[in-house]
Ligand binder design. Structure first.
Ligand SMILES: [Zn+2]
Ligand SMILES: [Zn+2]
Ligand SMILES: [Zn+2]
Ligand SMILES: [Zn+2]
Length: 223
């Protein structure tokens, strides 16, 4: 991706748009308020975790005594799963297993990584933002996610890209330029045509999109 891409997302609570940089601070204002309101309802620890892959991001709220497997499953569903590859969390100084409690891993402001597929690996980074005492039914909540990035057709530059040709140096094509490219590139009509999706696994292995939050998994829409 040559061009500098702007990344922004919507806040789950107020539906307002914030940049990747501002989002964490903004969410904290809601979470602090919720913590106050929940203080007398026997709250439990929830961890605010930000997951990043360059300009793509997820803000998650995860129950502290859930296991790391919960986050792994969520990441697979929203960003990663193509054909059941192996995955794992890691940190340069300590081991993290799927049975570790989320709270024990994200206690300090630690930054870890998650690898999906040890062949064509997709690595994303997770950082503990802050822990809160809250009363929530869900074990995991998607607080925010980057909106589809402004990926334009590399041929015409006018339309949003819908496909990638993975053999022609990751070139992006709109609908009509895809038809044109099929005539020029034998591999494109065969196996090299992959859909543009809102995920760091875009164009890798057989990845064609997520299973949850699919409305934000599409292509860039002009405003
Ligand atoms: Zn908000
Ligand atoms: Zn695969
Ligand atoms: Zn085009
Ligand atoms: Zn091609």
């Amino acid at each position: 991706m040559e061009e500098e891409l702007n990344s922004e997302g919507k806040c789950l609570f107020c539906n307002e748009t914030f940049s990747q940089k501002e989002m964490g601070k903004h969410l904290a204002t809601h979470l602090k308020k919720m913590e106050k309101e929940d203080s007398k309802k026997m709250p439990e620890t929830f961890c605010h975790i930000v997951v990043e892959a360059d300009v793509m991001f997820l803000h998650l709220l995860v129950k502290g005594n859930a296991t790391m497997k919960k986050i792994d499953t969520f990441l697979r569903k929203v960003w990663l799963e193509c054909c059941g590859h192996l995955s794992g969390f890691g940190h340069k100084d300590f081991k993290i297993s799927m049975t570790h409690k989320v709270l024990d891993v994200f206690e300090t402001k630690v930054k870890i990584y998650h690898d999906y597929d040890y062949g064509s690996t997709t690595r994303v980074f997770l950082k503990g933002v802050k822990n809160y005492q809250l009363k929530l039914k869900e074990d995991i909540v998607l607080l925010s996610r980057n909106e589809p990035l402004k990926l334009m057709c590399s041929k015409c530059g006018k339309q949003a890209a819908v496909n990638i040709c993975t053999v022609c140096d990751w070139s992006f094509y709109c609908e009509s330029c895809s038809i044109q490219h099929e005539k020029e590139c034998g591999d494109f009509s065969d196996y090299a045509n992959m859909p543009v999706v809102n995920s760091p696994r875009m164009g890798v292995c057989g990845y064609e999109g997520g299973q949850i939050d699919t409305e934000r998994d599409g292509i860039y829409q002009k405003k």
